[in-house]
Design a protein around this ligand. Sequence first.
Ligand code: PLP
Length: 439
Amino acid sequence: MSNQITYLNVVEVKQPVNVDLRAVIPTYSRMLSEGVLKEPIVVERATMVVLRGYETFEALKLLSAEKAPVLQVDSSKVKVKSLQAELKPITLETILMAGVRGPKLPYNSFNVQIDVEIPTVEVSLSELNVWRRVEGDRLRVYNDTLELLYKDWPTPLVRLRSFSSEKRSVWAKLEGANPYSNSVKDRIGWFMIMAALEDGRLGDILYEATSTNTGIAITAIANLLGRKTKLFIPKTIQKASDVFLKVLGADVVRVPVGLTVEAIEEVDAKSKAEGATHLNQFENDANLKVHLKYTANEIDEQLRSVRLKPDYIIGGLGTSGHMSAISIYFKSRYGSSVKVIGVQPAPNEVIPGIRRIETGMKWIHWTDFDQIIDVKRREAIEGVLTVARKEGLLIGLSAGAVFHAFTKVAEDEGVYVLVFPDTGYKYVEQFEEYFQSVG
Ligand code: PLP
């Protein structure tokens, strides 16, 4: 009886530890590639607080599993040893409190010995409801705008007919369909704010360096939560952004840098000095997580619904959040047959939202990209025009760059997914300048 596996809802299980995302990725990848889970999570019987399998439990949450195989043990069978001498000694009591009430304990700060034989399991991810299709409300009626964001997912995946043929299908993932910033950045705005709220880190005012989209997303959600924002925008970004952000009530500061990432040190120092919360999209792992849990998984489920597996996935690199997650997910699940291509601006070119890898990105180094393609601003704009004139969709400049990269690698056969981060309406100034330059 004492070592029998039960299946609990993931929401009933309590995590006492702040697990490093980097340490979760190998478990997440292994589970995706094997399609099964081989060890149960061990929890304390009275509280359901995790005692072993911290990484596995995090990976299950990132896979949107509904259930977890669990071994419940009595606290009398558990011994705890602190590993970090500089912290207050950690006891079983401390761990249970951290799980039930928080705050969570640092990763690798203690060791747990369990005096019970732990059986192995062999449970498929489907049995844990990882692949349960998220059927939104068909009539799309939502209780508030946050539900409009996350309950309206997946964002559409649409076949681009003009570029497809009998042997080739080209699909666009339309991140512009997100409600606040009309961009992929709504996802990270939501996840970063929710993570800060859960950890009790969300202050009254949020500071962020942004090239517009993250700023809109964060301000929109901050407004719902009664918070204010102050946003730091590089001088290279279109003027219209100040107006959008002011309409939403943000305080906007233009900074004399070319790239958003060049402002983060200043924003970090200012937020510390002025008691603001700096979510920092460039470093915050909630960025990668939201794309592992939703964006990548959505593309997979959407393609599987039409019985396809991608050969190429092409997308732009800003923080590298969405494309790194897509690469980790697809390469884990399907191996190297899925080619992942990142798109960056050519040297000395400015394309809002994306930048060159050598300017420093975090998550891109956690995975493999098959190719990185340089695109000039003019080529990106011409990509926008081609898609608008063939498919009727007005996409953003970075999406235009993704389309241009597609034309560089496209062969006559295969399944191509192009991730379009936003729509074109914010970029009127750039289009106008382009039309003037071509006469
Ligand atoms: N395209 C646009 C328009 C963006 O705003 C961004 C992010 O700032 C990106 C592409 C790049 O996305 P990521 O930060 O996930 O690499």
